[in-house]
Design a protein around this ligand. Structure first.
Ligand SMILES: Nc1ncnc2c1ncn2[C@@H]1O[C@H](COP(=O)(O)OP(=O)(O)OP(=O)(O)O)[C@@H](O)[C@H]1O
Ligand SMILES: [Mg+2]
Length: 475
């Protein structure tokens, strides 16, 4: 007996499909309902083709065909209960019942007993569909047991793709387990943070809210997922700005203290410096001469540091001059070598035809010597220690770039974000106060320039300084 003969013994409209969703057999009652697409009921025709043709011939609405297709995708377990849907067809509302078969195919029964949907109810269903389709949220409805998706809004399809299982929406399996665990006792979850998976497979931060409801005798999760990527980026940016404000507030509080100290030091220091100067002019000879010179030098240095503190605290107007970049680097190197008496090698590199800088030379030399002193302190005792000073053009139009790099131990990632903080130091008391880089930052900002640490630098530390040039650089 052929399958068709067996099927002919019943008045119910029945069709069987094979493992590749191809038609195996359809009985007379089934053919009668789908008379318009009879040619597509021959054994071997694919289910997808049959549905497409039924839509084309207006036997099924495209919405009905889509629902049927989603329902069919979810059939896996032959022992599961019959899955039913009442759908709009050219013959009115019909009930479609589907069931997986043991040979990986499925059976479809179509009956007219989808009784009782009134005109109002149909109108309501139509309205609901319209609302959901237009709803700009990422909404899904899925069975809790196997994760099979029953409904998905267009927004959800755009964000999460067309997968058939809601498990795919979670990038981390543990997070889905936590989600279900939280959902079960109260049938609800609000704003839970998860890592979701985008349509292209990439993970993204998201917030999920859900309700557990009963739908056609099954537990179903209705959930909405919100993409938090933009919001988190905005929050990170705000945090960064807040930190900057905090840093400059700390800086100005520090500035006031320094202003007081510097002010008090200013007078006694000028006496020391002035007298040292007088002594050396008096023509002291012998070993005392050397001491007097060193005294005068040190006193001068103290005076210039105090002056720098004062200028930092008081926002003293800058004495802007035009300086050739390479000359500036040479002056800074001389100042560094004169005060530090070091064997460390300092190289200078930069084209002679670079435009001039518009800067307060005294202050920028102080920035550069600060950086060199830091490098020297970091490399103490290294035989091959060196500092490279490089002048060049910047990617910022109208600016030049000065690079200060060393081949020391570099700055560890956990220290890097804090080096410009006033009073931040990793050095022992007496060796460092943590003012150097904060002051550099302050001076550069006053110039309309910038200083930053090159985070990509592997060997040693590298600081990038941007300063205004005297003319626009044509690049
Ligand atoms: N070239 C460098 N190599 C390694 N670490 C550095 C370098 N430059 C700065 N640092 C780190 O940054 C910290 C802050 O530097 P900063 O110049 O602000 O203060 P300091 O040198 O510790 O003290 P001060 O400059 O007041 O004497 C240093 O303590 C050090 O840990
Ligand atoms: Mg320092």
């Amino acid at each position: 007996m052929t399958p068709e003969e067996i099927l002919s013994f019943t008045n119910e409209a029945l069709a069987f499909f094979g493992p590749d969703a191809e038609i195996l057999a359809a009985n007379g009652a089934f053919r009668e309902i789908f008379a318009r697409v009879d040619a597509f009921l021959a054994p071997g025709t694919s289910w997808a083709l049959f549905l497409a043709e039924a839509v084309r011939q207006d036997v099924l609405s495209s919405d009905s065909a889509r629902k049927l297709s989603i329902l069919e995708e979810g059939l896996t377990d032959p022992s599961a209960v019959l899955r039913e849907l009442d759908l709009e067809t050219s013959l009115g509302i019909l009930r479609f019942s589907l069931k997986a078969t043991s040979d990986d195919g499925f059976a479809l029964r179509v009956t007219r007993d989808a009784v009782g949907i009134s005109e109002e109810e149909r109108e309501l269903e139509h309205l609901m569909t319209k609302v959901l389709e237009a709803c700009p949220t990422c909404l899904t409805m899925a069975r809790i047991g196997d994760g099979q998706i029953l409904y998905r809004s267009p927004e959800a399809t755009a964000l999460l793709g067309k997968g058939f299982n809601s498990r795919e929406h979670f990038a981390l399996r543990d997070e889905r387990a936590d989600f279900i665990t939280e959902l079960l006792p109260n049938s609800r979850v609000d704003d839970m943070r998860i890592t979701a998976r985008r349509v292209d497979g990439t993970p993204f931060p998201a917030s999920i809210s859900a309700r557990l409801i009963e739908y056609r005798g099954e537990d179903v999760i209705v959930s909405s997922i919100v993409d938090l990527t933009d919001e988190l980026e905005m929050r990170a940016e705000l945090d960064r700005q807040r930190q900057q404000v905090f840093r400059s507030e700390k800086m100005s509080a520090l500035g006031e203290v320094l202003a007081g100290v510097a002010h008090e030091l200013n007078n006694p220091l000028s006496i020391v410096a002035g007298n040292a100067q007088l002594l050396s002019e008096d023509g002291v000879e012998g070993p005392a001469r050397k001491r007097v010179d060193r005294l005068a030098e040190a006193a001068e240095r103290c005076v210039s540091i105090v002056r720098a503190f004062l200028s930092m605290a008081r926002d003293r107007p800058l004495h802007i001059e035009r300086i050739r970049p390479v000359e500036l680097l040479e002056t800074a190197r001389d100042a560094f070598e004169a005060t530090e008496k070091t064997a460390l090698e300092v190289t200078i590199d930069g084209a002679a035809d670079l435009p001039e800088l518009l800067i307060d030379e005294v202050q920028i030399v102080q920035v550069l010597t600060n950086l060199m002193i830091n490098a020297e302190q970091a490399m103490e005792g290294r035989p091959d220690a060196r500092i490279d000073l490089v002048a060049g053009v910047s990617s910022r139009v109208g600016f030049l770039q000065l690079l200060v790099s060393d081949n020391g131990p570099g700055i560890p990632p956990d220290v890097a974000p804090r080096v410009f903080d006033p009073l931040f130091t990793t050095k022992d008391a007496g060796k460092g106060t943590g003012i150097g880089l904060a002051l550099c930052h302050r001076i550069l900002v006053a110039h309309g320039g910038a200083i930053e640490l090159d985070q990509d630098q592997r060997d040693g530390a590298k600081f990038i300084i941007e300063l205004p040039a005297a003319e626009d650089i044509v690049r």
